[in-house]
Structures are given as structure tokens and as C-alpha cells.
Write a protein that binds this ligand. Structure first.
Ligand SMILES: Cc1cc2nc3c(=O)[nH]c(=O)nc-3n(C[C@H](O)[C@H](O)[C@H](O)COP(=O)(O)OP(=O)(O)OC[C@H]3O[C@@H](n4cnc5c(N)ncnc54)[C@H](O)[C@@H]3O)c2cc1C
Length: 607
């Protein structure tokens, strides 16, 4: 069949308009590059394939960092949100995490609006089946209609679609999501490029009709009275929040599942892909926690103008008749009418240790990968990789130094560093526990940490950076004046350190103190109350910074260094760490290996 060359050449082509693709395309076009966003179906842009909720521990932190870096997700959450909660408020601020239920249709519609009105960004519905490669460089894409489109860089964000295979009980069918085809051509090309691939699995629960649920039997889960916005640009959230509900499975449910495990593709061995450890299917929960006589089921509306309900906690790939029996066994859901059955999906992913920290592949220049294709799971995890890939594709075109955040700066820095340094053999999710410096890398200060970077890339406006600088000024000056101002024998700062004392109490003591916004008061209170811990953390970060700044020359000949263990030599040669700090984080590399590397770097530098 005759190949057709598309007349327009682009700076950046993004393949896939999921959560990663949308952020990548918006970042690249906002940084001034002509960008094409291709996707199999324009009507499923930014689809929330699984739960209608965004945020929570780790994920809420990422969403706020995306916002601080000029990304789109947080703004859309504030517009499409139908319930907002700040989680973990009984614990320290390091683990406070915003979470929102969203209206899925509105979320997609608002994201599509942002894409359609964006300058230098074109949207096209097409199935990309191949990449055009020249001298180990990607120079374009090819579609299933034999169209060739050329570009300086290509970003693949194909999600769960690569060789996607859907399972419902004994039935299996090709698909990237239920009702959508899978992506077949690209996996072959990626293997040809020498990229090692693996197989992962995820799953989703049934959706049922709201009118067939007996809510009286469940506990109400309301939103916060004073909902906190995700975006730093949202002044206030004014909305009528919806309710979610909490129920439980029971022994009868567990028996039904146990008796039919042989018909579950997960336990019949049909599914080969590795599943999500921290978001297990109900089959896994029954098998892994046999002593538990009940598991939580959260009943979450999928939107304001739909009766579709998401049953969080009942993700499964059981046969349809068993899914029906399972719901019949749960009082309140026993008459629930299933609108969509739960299913499992397995798909190909690329081992992310084959990527640089910019998300560019090491095998093929100008080819970037972001999202689920790199072995992560979650809308937020995908979106932040898309943002980083979009920014770095542009910086590559502009021949500017790459955008790499380290572990001390952000959750996104930790996520990417974990992927490219340690890789993953199960769907990777980001939790607060993975972030060593979570006391200073919090959801409330992402704008103060990342605002200057975003402004440098032209991803936030002058007005916004001025607001952030003003905020920082007000925080610093108030902290200084609280330290300097005495009240009796104590400084006001010392008084504020007392757990029961809030800034409002200090203002009663010193009414002349400047009136501050709740957001700034929150910063001042955290910085003062956790001052000792924060100082210690900052000292440690500075120490680590020195190691992180000890650069290792590109393509360093680790294989030539004698005395290093075989495993360490292989891993160092494969991962090619960019700094001593990076090398130290590679599992299997010991401090004596690092000492030898340092020695050889100094020798090489002298030569
Ligand atoms: C069944 C299911 C259950 C899930 N369960 C969970 C869960 O429990 N918890 C969780 O955190 N996350 C879950 N997820 C994952 C979550 O949906 C993803 O993490 C997130 O959507 C990944 O975003 P992404 O941008 O990488 O890819 P996706 O959102 O999957 O988007 C990929 C996009 O690429 C397009 N595309 C693919 N191939 C091509 C091609 N060749 N040409 C053009 N366009 C292409 C697709 O049309 C799609 O628009 C689940 C996903 C599914 C499908």
C-alpha cells in the first residue's frame, strides 16, 4: 500500500492522549514547540480508566507538584471535583494528602478544552503502528493508515494498550481498555530497538446503577467542610459535595470467591502479567489475607449526572456469573444492577532502567517514554512523567541542559529516580514512605520548591511567580520576626512551638502582627513547629547534594574498573549513573565499589 507523507513536520509528536500524553503535549506546546498529540479515539482523552478519584498519599503530592510546574491535572481536578478530603490530618504535615472524587465525564471534557484551545498544539485521531528510525534516532511515526508524519522528537505514552489483553473469567480478548482496541505494532518496533519489555497486569471492579443500591446499609463518607483545592491557582472551592459510602464484604462473599478461584484468570494461570501489590484484586485479598473476615468496599459516584457507581475494593477478573453472586452476597449491593463488569488487563511495558532521568531512551535518541508504559500505575504517576518528558523533549530540541529533579526536591524526582535506577517488576505506585525527605517535600509547599523552575521553562506566568516570591517573602519575614519578638522570657516562635498554640493565639498576644492568608499561616506554623526536624533534614540534604553533584562522565568505562563485584559492574555499565549519589542508589553497588569508582574518576580527570 502506498505510504503518504504528511505535509507538516512537528517538533514533538506525542502518541496517546492519556494522563501522561496530555501533560506532555501541553508542556511542549506551552514551551513554544509545534506539537502533535495523536490518540486512538479523541472521545477517550484523559479517560479515568479505573477509580474516579485522584490524589491521596503520594498521588496528591504529585498532583500538586504538577500544578507547581505549570501542568494541568490539578486545575482540572478543582473544576471536575465532586468531593474533596485532606487525608492523614491527624498525623504530621509530611503525610497530609489531598484526595478528590471527580466527575469522570467533566474531567475529560475540561482536559479536552485545555488541549483544543492550546496554541501550537494539534490533536489527531490515529493509531500509531510504527516509528521511523534513522541512525538510531527517531524521526517520525507511521499510522495504521500508512501515513508518515515526521518530527524532531517522539514521546510514547500508550498506557495499558501495548499488546493489551482483557480477561473476564474464562473469556479473553485483545483490548487496551474494555471497549477499546489494543496497540499491536509498536511493541515489535520497541523490541527491535533493543528495549527489554515485560508484562504487567491491573484490574478494575464492576460499575453498578446507583438506584439499585440500598445506601441505608452503608456508612456515609462526606467530604471536608472546608475543601482544600489541588491547584495553587484556585482561590476557593465552592461546590455541593457528593457523598461516598463505606461497606464491607463478608464471609459469604469470601466463600463464593474462594470456591471459584479456579475460574479466575489470575489463579488459573491465564494472566501472566504481574499485578498491583498495593491495589490488589478481591481474589488476591481473599487468598493473601485468609484470616480477614471482611474487606472494605467504597461506593463512589462516577459523576454528578450519571447513575454509574464505582465499587472501590472489588477489583476483579472473575467470571460474570460469579461477579453477580459476589454482589448478591453483600447486603445493600444484593440487588445492584451491573452496568459494566469488572475485568483484568495485562499489557507490555518497557523496563525503565533503559531510560535516562530525562525519560529519553538510551537505545534511541529523541525517543521519550512516559506513563504506564514505564511500569507505573496511576493517573498521577503517569501525568508527572508526561510533564517531565514534554519539558525534556523541548530542552533537547533547544539544545539546553536537561530537566532532572533529584530526590531531595520532589516526589516526581523520587519516582523517576526509582524507575531509572531500580526499575520495577510490578506496577509501581508512589507512596510517602518512598520519599526520604518527605518532611521538607510536602504537598503544601510544592509551589515554593518548584515555582522558579517552572518559570524558567516558561510554564508559569510572571504574575504567578511574583505571587510565589511574595508568599516566600511573607513566610520568611514572619518567621524572623516571631524569632526576634520576645513575650516574657520566650520568643513568640518558642511559644508557637507548643502543640496547643496556633498562629491565631500568637496574634492575640501581639495584635500588631501582620494579617496573613491561611495558606501562609499554615507554612509559618509548620516551619516553626517542625523547625528542628526540618533543619536536620536540610543539613542531610546538603550533604547528599554534594554526592549528587559529584558527576560521573557520560559512557564511563565501569567495565574497566578492577576490584568491583561482577553484579555491580554490570549494573553500573547498564544504568550509567549520572552522579555518585545516583550510583549509590543502585541496588547491589556497595560503598567499596563507590570508593573505586571515585578513585577512577579522579585518575581519569588527572589524565
Ligand atoms: C482496567 C484498568 C484498571 C486500572 N486500575 C488502576 C488502579 O487500580 N489504580 C491505579 O492507580 N491505576 C489504575 N489503572 C491505571 C490507570 O488508568 C493508568 O495508570 C493511567 O491511566 C495511565 O496513564 P497513561 O497516560 O500512561 O495511559 P492511559 O491512560 O492508558 O492512556 C493511553 C492513551 O494512549 C492511546 N494509545 C495507546 N496506543 C496508541 C497508539 N498506538 N496510537 C495512538 N494512541 C494510542 C490510548 O488510546 C489512550 O488514550 C487502571 C487502568 C485500567 C485500564
Amino acid at each position: 500500500m502506498k505510504e503518504i507523507k504528511y505535509p507538516q513536520k512537528y517538533d514533538v509528536i506525542v502518541v496517546g492522549a492519556g494522563h501522561a500524553g496530555c501533560e506532555a503535549a501541553l508542556a511542549a506546546s506551552r514551551m513554544g514547540c509545534l506539537t502533535l498529540l495523536t490518540t486512538i479515539n479523541l472521545d477517550t482523552i484523559a479517560q479515568l480508566s479505573c477509580n474516579p478519584a485522584l490524589g491521596g498519599p503520594g498521588k496528591g503530592h504529585i498532583a500538586r507538584e504538577i500544578d507547581a510546574l505549570g501542568g494541568e491535572m490539578a486545575k482540572i481536578i478543582d473544576r471536575a471535583g465532586i468531593q474533596f478530603r485532606m487525608l492523614n490530618t491527624k498525623k504530621g504535615p509530611a503525610v497530609w494528602a489531598p484526595r478528590a472524587q471527580t466527575d469522570k465525564r467533566q474531567y475529560q471534557a475540561f482536559m479536552r478544552q485545555s488541549l483544543e484551545k492550546q496554541n501550537l498544539l494539534q490533536l489527531k485521531q490515529m493509531m500509531v503502528t510504527d516509528l521511523i528510525i534513522e541512525k538510531k534516532k527517531v524521526i517520525g511515526i507511521k499510522t495504521n493508515t500508512n501515513l508518515k508524519i515526521y518530527a524532531k522528537t517522539v514521546i510514547l505514552t500508550t498506557g495499558t494498550f501495548l499488546n493489551g489483553l482483557i480477561h473476564i473469567g474464562e473469556t479473553s480478548m485483545a483490548g487496551g481498555r474494555l471497549g477499546e482496541c489494543s496497540s499491536l505494532g509498536l511493541p515489535k518496533r520497541l523490541k527491535k530497538l533493543g528495549l527489554k519489555m515485560g508484562r504487567l497486569k491491573t484490574g478494575t471492579p464492576a460499575r453498578v446503577h446507583a438506584a439499585t443500591i440500598d445506601y441505608k446499609l452503608f456508612d456515609k463518607q462526606p467530604g471536608d467542610k472546608k475543601p482544600s483545592p489541588f491547584s495553587y491557582e484556585t482561590k476557593e472551592l465552592k461546590l455541593k459535595q457528593v457523598l461516598c459510602y463505606l461497606g464491607y464484604t463478608n464471609k459469604k462473599t469470601h466463600q463464593i470467591i474462594k470456591r471459584n478461584l479456579h475460574r479466575s484468570p489470575l489463579y488459573s494461570g491465564k494472566i501472566k502479567g504481574v499485578g498491583v501489590r498495593y491495589c490488589p484484586s478481591i481474589e488476591d485479598k481473599i487468598v493473601k489475607f485468609p484470616d480477614k473476615d471482611r474487606h472494605q468496599v467504597f461506593i463512589e459516584p462516577e459523576g454528578r449526572d450519571t447513575c454509574e457507581i464505582y465499587l472501590n475494593g472489588l477489583s476483579n477478573s472473575l467470571p460474570q456469573d460469579i461477579q453477580i453472586k459476589m454482589l448478591e452476597s453483600i447486603p445493600g449491593l444484593n440487588k445492584a444492577q451491573i452496568m459494566r463488569f469488572g475485568y483484568g488487563i495485562e499489557y507490555d511495558f518497557v523496563d525503565p532502567t533503559q531510560l535516562a532521568s530525562t525519560t529519553e531512551t538510551k537505545t534511541t535518541q529523541n525517543l521519550f517514554l512516559a506513563g504506564q508504559i514505564n511500569g507505573t500505575t496511576g493517573y498521577e504517576e503517569a501525568a508527572c512523567q508526561g510533564l517531565v518528558a514534554g519539558i525534556n523533549a523541548v530542552l533537547k530540541i533547544q539544545k539546553k541542559s536537561p530537566f532532572i529533579m533529584d530526590r531531595t526536591q520532589s516526589y516526581i524526582g523520587v519516582l523517576i529516580d526509582d524507575l531509572v535506577t531500580k526499575g520495577t517488576n510490578e506496577p509501581y505506585r508512589l507512596f510517602t514512605s518512598r520519599v526520604e525527605h518527605r518532611l521538607i517535600v510536602r504537598q503544601d509547599n510544592a509551589d515554593l520548591r518548584l515555582g522558579e523552575l517552572a518559570y524558567k521553562f516558561g510554564l508559569i506566568s510572571k504574575r504567578r511567580i511574583d505571587t510565589i516570591r511574595k508568599k516566600q517573602e511573607l513566610i520568611t519575614s514572619m518567621i524572623n520576626s516571631l524569632h526576634k519578638t520576645q513575650h516574657g522570657n520566650n520568643s513568640l516562635a518558642k511559644i508557637l512551638k507548643r502543640p496547643q498554640i496556633a498562629f491565631a493565639d500568637i496574634r492575640k498576644i501581639k495584635p500588631g502582627l501582620k494579617k496573613l492568608t491561611p495558606e501562609i499561616v499554615n507554612q509559618v506554623e509548620i516551619e516553626i513547629k517542625y523547625e528542628g526536624y526540618i533543619q536536620r533534614e536540610k543539613t542531610l540534604v546538603n550533604k547528599l547534594g554534594k554526592l549528587e553533584n559529584k558527576k560521573i562522565p557520560e559512557r564511563f568505562p565501569f567495565h574497566k574498573i578492577g576490584g568491583i563485584k561482577k553484579e555491580a559492574r554490570e549494573k553500573l555499565s547498564k544504568i550509567q549513573p549520572r552522579s555518585i549519589g545516583h550510583a549509590m542508589r543502585i541496588s547491589g553497588v556497595t560503598s567499596s565499589d563507590i570508593a573505586l569508582v571515585l578513585l577512577h574518576i579522579e585518575r581519569a580527570a588527572k589524565k
